[in-house]
Design a protein around this ligand. Structure first.
Ligand code: C2E
Ligand code: CA
Ligand code: CA
Ligand code: CA
Length: 279
């Protein structure tokens, strides 16, 4: 039994080593990939559930590989944050999202807005506001075309510095959404301080809202809280009609999820929007 235990241990150790090798090689590839602009943005529609129209699209990063697969953001974004590449990558995301939004507007989707995810690191180098300003100017967009999604964890530390930068973004006309709401630090004071206009309820609560009474109570409480604070709510990760119906019964008005669409490559979005937008 002891021998078995040891061989199991060795096996485990080897796979850990393998995992950290993979991480290391990925880490080394990030900077060159950012420089090469090897990344791609996919876009997932956010839907007004009261009339089934698309209100905006969320830009989601993909890292395409030579074999046709791609590395998901949950794998490489933490690494990009570790090595500092996230600032250049995040800058590219903002610029690319603006270029895309401008070209979509020019081709007839005149009201399209894009939501861009931000990492806390992008607030730490003090360049964010300038980057956004320049990206907007270069694409000929006004700030109202952009929404920024921030996770709660971002809002815990260095409150004042971040608050100031968020204020500058809203002065340009951009809006702010709190992402993954409910999963992080539960200090609700920041909801008022950060001038957010939206809360996005995390998928982990939405997914089993029909089977878990606790989750239903939680989602219902978040919707009520948002209403009292004058914030809009977007439910993430809606995959089936049952979940949609439950959310509608709780007067949740906006949603996002595979029920309507997975994140789409840039070129495929117009076809989807033509079904959903009058234009
Ligand atoms: P997120 O911001 O919470 O994005 C939502 C994630 O849920 C996306 O995963 C999306 O594809 C997925 N999703 C949407 N609807 C459904 C559904 O109905 N069912 C299921 N199972 N999943 C759904 P994705 O694209 O893999 O992105 C993962 C995370 O990576 C994002 O979570 C975000 O935190 C981060 N991320 C993506 N792009 C960027 C970026 O440009 N910058 C930063 N800083 N983070 C990004
Ligand atoms: Ca998001
Ligand atoms: Ca989210
Ligand atoms: Ca998430």
């Amino acid at each position: 039994a002891k021998k078995d235990g040891r061989s199991t241990f060795h096996f485990y150790e080897e796979s850990l080593e393998q995992a950290s090798d993979d991480k290391f090689s990925l880490l080394q590839q990030i900077r060159p990939a950012v420089k090469n602009q090897d990344f791609e943005l996919y876009y997932q529609p956010i839907i007004d559930m009261t009339n089934a129209k698309v209100i905006s699209v969320e830009a989601l990063l993909r890292w395409p590989q030579a074999d046709g697969s791609f590395i998901p953001p949950d794998k490489f974004i933490p690494l990009a944050e570790t090595c500092g590449a996230i600032n250049d990558l995040g800058k590219w995301v903002i610029e690319e999202a603006c270029r895309y939004c401008a070209s979509m507007r020019a081709s007839g989707f005149t009201d399209l807005r894009v939501s861009v995810n931000l990492s806390v690191m992008q607030f730490k180098d003090g360049q964010l506001n300038r980057i956004v300003q320049e990206a907007l100017a270069q694409s000929g967009l006004l700030g109202e075309a952009l929404e920024f999604e921030l996770t709660e964890s971002l809002l815990i530390d260095e409150t004042e510095q971040i608050q100031k930068q968020l204020h500058m973004l809203t002065m340009q006309g951009c809006t702010i959404a709190i992402d993954d709401f409910g999963t992080g630090y539960s200090n609700l004071a920041y909801l008022r301080e950060f001038k957010a206009s939206r809360l996005k309820i995390d998928r982990s609560f939405v997914t089993n809202i029909c089977t878990s009474h606790d989750n239903e109570l939680l989602v219902s409480a978040i919707i009520e809280l948002a209403k009292n604070l004058g914030l809009e709510v977007v439910a993430e990760g809606i995959e089936d009609a049952e979940t949609l119906a439950k959310l509608q019964s709780l007067s949740c008005k906006k949603g996002q999820g595979y029920l309507w669409s997975k994140p789409l490559p840039a070129k495929d979005l117009p076809t989807f929007l033509n079904k959903y937008l009058p234009h």
